[in-house]
Write a protein that binds this ligand. Sequence first.
Ligand SMILES: [Zn+2]
Length: 416
Amino acid sequence: MASPAKQPRTESETVVGYLHSVSPLKNSKKNVRYFNATLQSGREEYRRVVVFAVDKRPAFTQASVAKRAVKLTNVRKTVSYCDPAGFDVMFANTSGLEVMENLPFFWREPSNIARVRIADVLALGPRQQVGVVHAKILPDGAVSRVVPVAGVPRELKEVRICDRSGLTTLTLWEGQILSVEASRSYRLCNLVTRKVGDRTVLTSTRTTTVTEIADVGEPESLEPHDDSRETTTLRGCVSGVQISQKQRCRRCHANQDNFSKRSSTHQCQGCKMLQRASSFILSYSGTLLLSSEGEEHSVSFTNSSVYAYLAEHLGGSVSDAEAIEEHLIGAGETEVRVNGSGLILSVVHLADEVGVKREDAEGAPEASAGLSDASTDASQGPAGQTAAAENPQGLPEHNLSADDQLGLELLFAENA
Ligand SMILES: [Zn+2]
C-alpha cells in the first residue's frame, strides 16, 4: 500500500486489511449512531475505523471473527489523533465492505498486554491498549492545553512519566489532572498509545484508574527537560482578578446559567435531564492581572489551576469565587508561572513562603479526581465536585479544522 497519509483527501478512497475489535453500537454526543473497529492495514499498522453505516456491523463482526482480509471502499481518511502520521478511516452509508482473498501480510492481533514497562510502551505502535503501567510523574515538562470537544472546552495536560526502563508522555484529561502529583508514582490502568512524531506516548481514557504506589524509580540517565522556553515566571502584585464558577452537567458537559443553589434538583439546559443538584460539577475559570514595574500582565486560570490554588492556599474548603478573588487580591507580592499559552501553572504568594517553596500546581494535595462520567463518580472531592475545564474568556484555543475536531471528539467519546 502506498503511503496513504500523503495522498490528498477524497471521499472515495479504498483501504485494505484485517478487522479487529469491532465495538458495540455507540451514540455520539449529537446522537449519531456509530461503532468502531480497528483495521490492521499492514504487518504492524493499525487504523481506527469509525463506522456510521450501523447496519454493516454484522458484516464487520463476521469478517473480524473469521480473520478475513477486507477491502473498505468509498471511505474517507481523516487526521488521526492517535497517530498523527497515519489516518483514521470514516466509513459512511455509501461506503462498502468486500471480503478479499489475499494480502501481503498476515492477520496479527493488536497487543493488549497487562503490565507494561515504559520501554515496552515505546516499542508499541499507536492505538494499542495498555492494561497497566507503573510510572512516576516527573516534576518538569508538563504542558496544559484547552481544546474544544463537542463545542465544550476541555482541559488536558501532558505530563512526563518514567520508570527505570524509560520515559514518555502521558496525556491526562480534566479531573484526572488533579488526581496526580509531581514526583509521585502511580499504577495507571487502561491507557491507549498514540504516536507523536516517532515517539509512542500514552493517553488516559475515561476508564483509566489512577492509584498511588511506592516510588518506581527513574532511568539511570534521565533525559533533561528544558521548560524555560515554555514557561514564564512573572512576579508582581495582583492588580485585578476575576474568577467565575459555573455548574456543569456531568452527562453532556453543558454549562448551567440558571442553577439555583436552593433547589435539590436541576434540569440540565443541555440534555434536559433532571438530576440531583449535587451531581452537577463545579467548574472554574478566571483571569489574573499582575503588575510589575509598571507593566500589567493578564494571565488565565484553568479549572485545575483554580482547584490547585484552592487546595494550597485555602485548604480546599472554599468554593466561593468571591472568597478566592479576595484572597488573591490581598496576597501581596506574588509569583505566577504561566505556560506559553498564558495559562497559569502555579501561584505562589511570596509572603506565605516559609522556607519550603512549592514547585508548581502539580504539587497540590489530592483534590477531586475523576472524569465527569458515571464510572468515576466515586472519586469526587471533598466538596462533592469533580473537575471540568472551563475556557476563560480570551483563552487561546487550538484552531482545529472540522475533520480534526471530529477526530478529537470521537477520540474523546471513544475513550469511554
Ligand atoms: Zn446535560
